[in-house]
Design a binder for this molecule. Structure first.
Ligand code: UD1
Ligand code: MG
Length: 450
């Protein structure tokens, strides 16, 4: 029987942030979400999250984790004190407790799995995950013999000069026998540099403690400050890009691009330099994104080209080109074979198949039929200062340059709107609508007497 506890009650003083550290995010997911995801496969009997600093906010963010039990640690007197909070609720539990620090976001499920397996085989009271780090500054040092038995863990701040030279570090991931741990937890003292109760002190108190050294030291990177946050982001981005390159995505200049965990790409997608893919995105076959593009929570069909543009919360069909310098905003739905050109903004609007908005336009709260041609500088005036109103434009209609379509407005099929018009009344199908002052021409104006 396995229970899992993630420690997430600390403030994260070294982050110098108004938010709890475990809610900092990496590639679109918070640190603590990443840790919780890494233990999902184990299907534990019970899962606990120790919360304390800004507990409400942390809980709110993680409500979608089914079966997660929140345990309040108040005040936050260290990692040992955090695990002590489980004593009442876990009374009588007979099995292993896997403890994970909430600020170790790059762990792979396979590594945790290996830790649990090794622990079960060795019949130790605790097995901890360790790594040999080139720069172990800040980490607890693990003192072990050649056969993997651990004598104890000493925190960086409590190490003497000789102990500091040991680069075998504690990852903050432990598999304990609960029965043995629950007997030791009440004995932890606060006799150390930080006057806190350290979970790491328990290690020396067990009859049999073992460790498993992680193959990839990057995996156990802890996040205590912004520099470590940036290093983890760097490692994660490299992992994501390598994954997608292995899956057949071209990156012209990989290190200039960032991805989120929740994006997926079809075949022969090309990501040009300075392109960022955020949130949950589906990018179809043969798309070309960038240079200089940001997409967030989008679904793009096949052969979509997006150049120097921003596309957010939008859905785009096949064979569409967007940009340069276009902005598709939330609830933009763009049909197949559409073109969205330079300096065009589309919000909460749908465009039917083959429609074009090529230059300098704002299309908001609008339903466009198919094969509509929106002339340069056409604007849907959707806001009367209080409410937003919709514009509907039928199939095959065209608007001349610099038209203003004042909503609410309905324009039929195959309508032509004259250039420079301000249209305030509905227009029936097949009509020409012109709404502007007639041109006046005065001949020989230059020769007039003054
Ligand atoms: C801890 C370990 C250290 C290890 C390192 C790995 C201890 C004493 N030290 O140090 O040996 O090398 O992690 O990254 O455990 N937390 C609580 N309640 C508290 C204090 C902390 O829930 O009262 C949580 C934090 O939110 C965090 C985790 O425990 O997620 C670790 O705390 P942190 O202060 O980051 O410990 P480190 O100094 O990194
Ligand atoms: Mg830490």
């Amino acid at each position: 029987m396995l229970a899992v506890a993630v420690l997430a009650a600390g403030k994260g003083t070294r982050m110098k942030s108004a938010f709890p550290k475990v809610l900092q995010s990496l590639a679109g997911a918070t640190l603590v979400e990443r840790v919780l995801n890494s233990v999902r496969n184990l299907q534990p009997e019970r899962s606990f999250l120790i919360v304390g600093y800004q507990a409400q906010q942390v809980k709110k963010q993680l409500n979608h984790f089914k079966g997660l039990e929140f345990i309040l640690q108040e005040p936050q007197n260290g990692t040992g004190h955090a695990v002590q909070q489980l004593l009442p609720t876990m009374e009588g539990f007979d099995g292993e407790l896997l403890v994970l620090n909430g600020d170790v976001p790059l762990l792979r499920a396979a590594t945790i799995d290996a830790l649990v397996q090794v622990h079960r085989k060795s019949e130790a009271d605790v097995t901890l995950l360790t790594a040999r780090l080139q720069d172990p500054t800040g980490y607890g040092r693990v003192f072990a013999d050649a056969s993997g038995h651990v004598n104890g863990v000493v925190e960086h701040k409590d190490c003497n000069a000789e102990q500091l030279s040991n680069n075998l570090t504690n990852a903050g991931i432990y598999c304990f026998n609960w029965q043995a741990l629950s007997a030791i937890l009440p004995q932890l003292s606060v006799d150390n540099n930080q006057r806190e109760s350290y979970l790491t002190d328990s290690v020396a108190m067990f009859a049999r403690a073992m460790h498993l050294e992680a193959d990839d030291p990057n995996e156990v990177s802890g996040v205590n400050n912004r520099r470590q946050l940036a290093q983890c982001e760097h490692i994660l981005q490299q992992r994501l890009r390598n994954h997608w390159m292995n899956e057949g995505v071209t990156f012209v200049d990989p290190t200039s691009c960032t991805l989120s965990e929740a994006c997926s790409f079809g075949c022969d997608v090309v990501i040009e330099p300075q392109t960022h893919i955020r949130g949950s995105c589906i990018v179809g076959d043969n798309c070309r994104l960038g240079p200089g593009t940001m997409v967030e929570n989008v679904t793009l069909g096949k052969r979509v080209y997006v150049v120097q543009s921003v596309v957010r919360e939008a859905k785009v069909g096949d064979d569409v080109s967007v940009g340069p310098f276009a902005h598709l905003r939330p609830a933009a739905v763009v049909g197949d074979r559409c073109r969205i050109g330079n300096f065009v903004e589309v919000k909460k609007s749908s465009l039917g198949t083959g429609s074009k908005v090529n230059h300098l336009s704002y299309i908001g709260d609008t339903t466009l039929g198919s094969d509509v041609n929106i002339g340069a500088g056409t604007v849907t005036a959707n806001y009367d200062g209080v409410d937003k109103h919709r514009t509907v434009i039928g199939n095959g209609s065209k608007t001349g340059a610099n038209s203003v379509l004042v909503a609410p407005l309905s324009i039929g099929d195959n309508v032509t709107v004259g250039a420079g018009s301000t249209i305030t009344n509905d227009v029936p199908s097949k009509a020409l609508a012109v709404g502007r002052a007639r041109q006046m021409t005065k001949n020989n104006w230059a020769n007039r007497s003054i």
